[in-house]
Structure formats: structure tokens, C-alpha cells
Design a binder for this molecule. Structure first.
Ligand code: TXA
Ligand code: MG
Length: 343
């Protein structure tokens, strides 16, 4: 594979970037594209050979299915069926959260190959809020299958530079749309008819929060179960992991540094009151939301700061927990998986 080309999708090069991506996708190639959540490794969802390349380049096991992105809601029937008993709720979720970081699991149509869904009967589908991504989908005229543009199990890329670090030389093109505005992968839900209200199962916590979904049904989220017995195959215990071991503790006192080892701290606000900052002579400290402690800022910076610490040559990274409210649920989900023992 020749060098990976990077085109900035800014005012001057926007059309060039979009056209280059469309040409590559139309001929069965794969390209990295920005979305509002994380960068995706895109392929024509209706081209099985292109989809197979995505698995190969990511070193992703074939049992872990891909999300299909549609450019417009009118493209939904081509990829998914909406069962009558959940139709109303699905419509409400779509009109409230699309385009945006919400992925729906729905029965797939025959047009979606088993390769995309890893043989599962449902397809994960969303409409990205990123305009560059959507323009490319529109011009291509086909749905786009795209997992996060990292090697399997590693930290998701939230900038074009991070994609290059993950996949340089393995893909022909990265469209640089700047930093991702949400910074965490989409919330994945399955809707089910319930006895009183519809049930909305959160299978992966993300930017669309439990509180936001509660208006539309009874929200069910079981973190333990999601980690131990993944219902979405990609929700494996160890995921989003830096190469450097990442440690989390129930209480700050539980951290006992080993002699001669270099530790870095991933702090929430950098506040000593949390019990970590002053506990040790850290080789390096990064903060998710310096000073103010805002969860949206922490979400945007999570994978970026994890990457910085991973590149700092440390023996281990200690991560402070954040409150599991709102976006904190998704942040803690990613941190726990990053800290999970690797199999
Ligand atoms: O924000 C996002 O969702 C990003 C951007 C690029 O759209 N994509 C992303 O894809 O995070 P990926 O492949 O890294 O994670 C997709 C998750 C995996 O855990 C996968 O197992 C699950 O979605 N998934 C995909 N299709 C599924 C299906 N048919 N049934 C169950 N789980 C599915
Ligand atoms: Mg991923």
C-alpha cells in the first residue's frame, strides 16, 4: 500500500476531499472519514469485498459487526425493517436524534450482507451528524459501513492525526474534518415493545444519554451485563485500550505504586480533593476537563488524553473515576473497558 494521503476538508479543499473519497468508495476502496463521534473507516456497505477489507485493515474479528450509516432517513428501508410494534418509538427517536450519535438495532434487509452484521439478524444503523460524512454518502448514493478507524481493541481516533497513527500505510486516504465534536462513539439502542411503555435497551452508552432517551420509553441499562456478557459482540470487556496498562481503583488508597515504575494520571479536573493528584509523584498528569469538570469536555478529550499518556513511555496509567451521571456513564464505560484485563 502506498502512503496514506491526508486531505483537509476545509473551505478550499472541501470538494476535492469529498470527490476523492467518493471515487475511492465507488471503486470498492476504503477511506477514513470524520463523524461527530469518532473517525470511521468507511466502505460501501453493499460491496462485500470492500467490507471484507475493513475487517482486514482493522484486524477485526469477523464476529464483530459494523455500523451502517445512511445519508438520509429515506434510505432506511433499503437497509432495515421497522417492526410495527416499535414503529412509533423508532420514528420518535429518529426525529429527535438523527442526524446524530444514536445507533438503532433493527432487523436487516436482504440487501445487507451477513458480512456486515456478522451473521446477526439485525443491522446497526445511524445517520451521522457530520456534514462532510453525509455529503460523501449522498454523492456515493449507497450506505456506508464504518467502524471506528482504529486497530481492533485500541483507542478510537478523534482526529485525522490519530487515524494516521493507527492506520498509516494501510489505507489510501484520510479526510481531515478536524477534531470530532462528541469524542465518544454513538449510543447503541434496541427498542422493544413493553407492557406499559416501550423499552429502550442501551447496549453501548454514548453521547445520547439515558436522561434524553427516557422521554421515549423505559430505559434499561445494565453495565455489568454489557461488560461480562456482551450482547453487541464488540462490547468485549477489553476495548478502547492503550498499549500502556490502564489501572482503576475503587478508592484512591488502593493504588500502591511499585518501586521504580513510572505512573501517569488521567485526572478528571485535576482537583486534589478527588484523592489522586497528591497521592503520588506522577511522571505525567493529563486532565479530562481541566479546572471546571465539565462532562462534555471530558468526553471530547477522553481518547485524546488517553493517547497522549499512551505515548509518554509510562509503565502504567491510573485513571480517576468520573461521576456516572449523563455523559459520565459513557466515559466510565470506556475507562472500565480500557482497564479490563486483556485476553
Ligand atoms: O459512533 C460510532 O458509532 C462510530 C462511528 C464511526 O459511526 N462507529 C463505531 O463503530 O463505533 P465500531 O465498529 O467501533 O463499534 C460498533 C459497535 C460494536 O460494538 C459492534 O459489535 C456493534 O456496534 N454492532 C454493530 N452491528 C451490530 C449488530 N448488527 N448487532 C449487534 N451489535 C452490533
Ligand atoms: Mg470501535
Amino acid at each position: 500500500m502506498p502512503e496514506t494521503r491526508l486531505i483537509a476538508a476545509d473551505d478550499q479543499e472541501m470538494d476535492e476531499a469529498i470527490d476523492a473519497a467518493v471515487v475511492l468508495l465507488a471503486e470498492g476502496g476504503i477511506v477514513a472519514l470524520p463523524t461527530e463521534t469518532v473517525y470511521g473507516l468507511a466502505a460501501d456497505a453493499f460491496n462485500p469485498e470492500a467490507v471484507a477489507r475493513v475487517f482486514e485493515v482493522k484486524e477485526r474479528p469477523a464476529f464483530d459487526p459494523l455500523i451502517v450509516h445512511i445519508a438520509s432517513v429515506t434510505d432506511l428501508p433499503a437497509v432495515a425493517e421497522v417492526p410495527d410494534e416499535i414503529d412509533q418509538t423508532v420514528r420518535q427517536l429518529i426525529s429527535n436524534f438523527w442526524p446524530g450519535p444514536l445507533t438503532l438495532l433493527l432487523p436487516k434487509t436482504d440487501a445487507v450482507s451477513d458480512l456486515v452484521t456478522s451473521g446477526l439478524p439485525e443491522v446497526a444503523v445511524r445517520q451521522s451528524g457530520n456534514l462532510i460524512f453525509r455529503s460523501i454518502g449522498k454523492k456515493l448514493g449507497r450506505p456506508i459501513a464504518a467502524p471506528s478507524a482504529n486497530r481492533f481493541g485500541r483507542i478510537s481516533p478523534t482526529s485525522a492525526g490519530a487515524v494516521v497513527k493507527e492506520l498509516d500505510g494501510r489505507i489510501p486516504l484520510v479526510v481531515d474534518g478536524g477534531a470530532c465534536s462528541d469524542g465518544l462513539e454513538s449510543t447503541i439502542v434496541r427498542v422493544e415493545a413493553g407492557p406499559k411503555r416501550p423499552l429502550i435497551h442501551i447496549l453501548r452508552a454514548g453521547p445520547v444519554t439515558k436522561d434524553q432517551l427516557q422521554k421515549f420509553g423505559k430505559v434499561v441499562v445494565d453495565k455489568r451485563r454489557a461488560i461480562d456478557r456482551p450482547e453487541t459482540p464488540g462490547q468485549l470487556a477489553s476495548h478502547y485500550a492503550p498499549r500502556t496498562p490502564l489501572l482503576m481503583f475503587d478508592k484512591p488508597e488502593d493504588f500502591v505504586p511499585e518501586e521504580g515504575k513510572q505512573y501517569g494520571l488521567l485526572s478528571y479536573k485535576g482537583d486534589p480533593k478527588a484523592g489522586y493528584v497528591d497521592r503520588h509523584d506522577w511522571a505525567r498528569v493529563e486532565c479530562l476537563s481541566p479546572g471546571s469538570g465539565k462532562l462534555p469536555e471530558a468526553a471530547v478529550r477522553l481518547f485524546f488524553t488517553m493517547r497522549l499518556l499512551d505515548e509518554a513511555g509510562l509503565d502504567a496509567i491510573v485513571a480517576e473515576p468520573v461521576s456516572e451521571k449523563a455523559l459520565g456513564l459513557a466515559i466510565m464505560d470506556r475507562l472500565r473497558r480500557a482497564a479490563a484485563p486483556r485476553g
